[in-house]
Every structure is written in structure tokens, then in C-alpha cells.
Design a binder for this molecule. Structure first.
Ligand SMILES: CC(C)(COP(=O)(O)OP(=O)(O)OC[C@H]1O[C@@H](n2cnc3c(N)ncnc32)[C@H](O)[C@@H]1OP(=O)(O)O)[C@@H](O)C(=O)NCCC(=O)NCCS
Length: 168
């Protein structure tokens, strides 16, 4: 049996931070120092870490949730930006399990989710109830070309999505 823990960045212990870095290194092989620098410069105390954990306390999948606001048709909505999604072993359903839990967390907390990904991962997120936002409905200045924007929940009704923070 697995369980999911969602922890505020400001409350993360040093040991857990070390374990998260080890998990992230399975997907992005940067040094521990460079992972730490990234975390220090990109995460605020109100951002969240979401961890899928097995019976032995091993982290199987991970993502972070950036506390941000999205503008949909000129109205600001508290939302979370999903990033750094990774599973220590691929195609075992661990990524999907963590996504399902995070989706229900977003729904319970009445927040939209937004994420940016490459084309090849659109299927994974779409299979997990996220929806690709068509480029004509996006106004995000710092978005590189070829990066896909996805939103949760599916079928969100709006004409224009604006976000002026940095793309995580
Ligand atoms: C993307 C990722 C989190 C998915 O987690 P997972 O536990 O492997 O996925 P699940 O087992 O729950 O689901 C399997 C689905 O994931 C997708 N997937 C998994 N590995 C993939 C890969 N290398 N390329 C493209 N899609 C992949 C596929 O849609 C797959 O479905 P399929 O088997 O029907 O093709 C995981 O593969 C990973 O850690 N990737 C490296 C880090 C990364 O790129 N993260 C995304 C940042 S936006």
C-alpha cells in the first residue's frame, strides 16, 4: 500500500529534502548542490511537495506545487503550478497514482492546476485528466515555443489564460 504526503516547503525537514533530491536526480542528473540551488531560488515557503511513498517509506514518485495565481478572462484565481513530476521507476503507474491524488487535492482546495510540458508527455497528463490549452487561448510572455500548457480540471471554461510569473 502506498500513501501520498503533501508537505509545505517551509516545513520540510533536511532529511526529506535530501531524499527528494535523490529522487529528482533519477530524472534530472544534476549534482546535489545544483538541485539545492534550484530549490532555494525557485520554491517559496507556501509551495508544496507531493510524495508517493511505499510501506517502507521509500519515495516512488514526486512533484512540487507552486503556489500562484492564474488570470482567466481577467479574473485572478488561486492555483498551483505542477512541476518536477518524476517517478523513480517508469511505467509502473506511480506517476498516475500521484497525479490522481494531486488532482483531488486541487479540487478539494478549489484551485486550478497549470503545468508546462513537452509534446511527448501530453498523453500522460491527458490520461490523468488534464487538458491541453490551445495556443490561441494563452497569454504567457515567458513561454518558450514548443512548450505545451495544460490545465486541470478538464473542460475549464475561459477564453484567455494569462500568467505573468516565470515558467517553472
Ligand atoms: C513522466 C513520468 C512522471 C510518468 O510517470 P510513470 O510512473 O512512468 O507513468 P505511469 O506508469 O503512471 O503511466 C505510464 C504513462 O506515462 C507516460 N510515459 C512514461 N514514460 C514516458 C516516457 N519516457 N516518454 C513519454 N511518455 C512516458 C506514457 O503516457 C505512459 O503510458 P503508456 O505506457 O500507455 O504509453 C515518468 O515517466 C518520469 O519520471 N519521467 C521523467 C521526468 C519527466 O520528464 N517528467 C515530466 C516533467 S513535465
Amino acid at each position: 500500500m502506498c500513501n501520498v504526503q503533501i508537505i509545505q516547503h517551509g516545513e520540510l525537514s533536511g532529511d526529506l529534502l535530501k531524499s527528494i533530491i535523490e529522487v529528482k536526480q533519477t530524472a534530472w542528473p544534476y549534482s546535489c548542490d545544483s538541485q539545492l540551488d534550484w530549490i532555494k531560488s525557485n520554491l517559496k515557503s507556501t509551495d508544496l511537495h507531493a510524495l508517493l511513498i511505499d510501506e517502507e517509506g521509500r519515495i516512488l514518485a514526486y512533484m512540487n506545487l507552486i503556489d500562484l495565481s492564474l488570470k482567466l478572462d481577467d479574473i485572478l484565481f488561486k492555483s498551483y503550478g505542477v512541476g518536477n513530476v518524476c517517478a523513480v521507476e517508469r511505467r509502473k503507474g506511480w506517476g498516475a497514482k500521484l497525479m490522481a491524488h494531486v488532482n483531488s487535492y486541487l479540487s478539494r482546495h478549489n484551485r486550478y492546476g497549470i503545468l508546462f510540458c513537452k509534446q511527448k508527455l501530453v498523453k500522460f497528463y491527458a490520461d490523468n485528466s488534464w487538458e491541453q490549452v490551445p495556443s490561441e487561448k494563452i497569454n504567457i510572455k515567458k513561454l518558450d515555443s514548443g512548450v505545451i500548457t495544460m490545465i486541470y480540471p478538464m473542460f475549464s471554461q475561459f477564453y484567455m489564460l494569462e500568467f505573468d510569473g516565470s515558467v517553472f
